[in-house]
Design a binder for this molecule. Structure first.
Ligand SMILES: [Zn+2]
Length: 109
């Protein structure tokens, strides 16, 4: 899990997950209030989560039959899978502090 670039406290898992789902909305540090912006690479993780989800669930659409129940099941399974995969992506998300544009804390990895 990434830390606040100002006070070094760990960012809240659920807050990060929520901001990930709200189209990479910036989050406020729980401890010092500093605004944290999603790093560009987080969008790659987002694309990757969607990609994996579709690969994982696509086969459900090719069961031979097709009706409203199968479609509903597909939508539910896809949403559930996307949530599970995004849970796995949260620890890899990185943030930049919004106020300063300097890169003194360049992350490795
Ligand atoms: Zn902070």
């Amino acid at each position: 899990m990434d830390t606040c670039k100002k006070c070094k406290n760990e960012l809240d898992f659920w807050q990060v997950l929520k901001s990930f789902w709200l189209n990479y909305r910036s989050i406020k540090c729980f401890f010092c209030g500093a605004l944290q912006q999603h790093a560009d690479r987080n969008k790659l993780f987002g694309a990757f989560v969607i990609f994996l989800t579709l690969i994982f669930t696509a086969r459900l659409l090719f069961t031979g039959e097709f009706n409203a129940m199968i479609l509903l099941g597909y939508v539910l399974v896809t949403a559930f899978t996307a949530i599970i995969f995004s849970l796995g992506a949260v620890p890899f998300l990185r943030f930049n502090i919004l106020q300063t544009q300097r890169f003194e804390n360049k992350n490795k990895g």
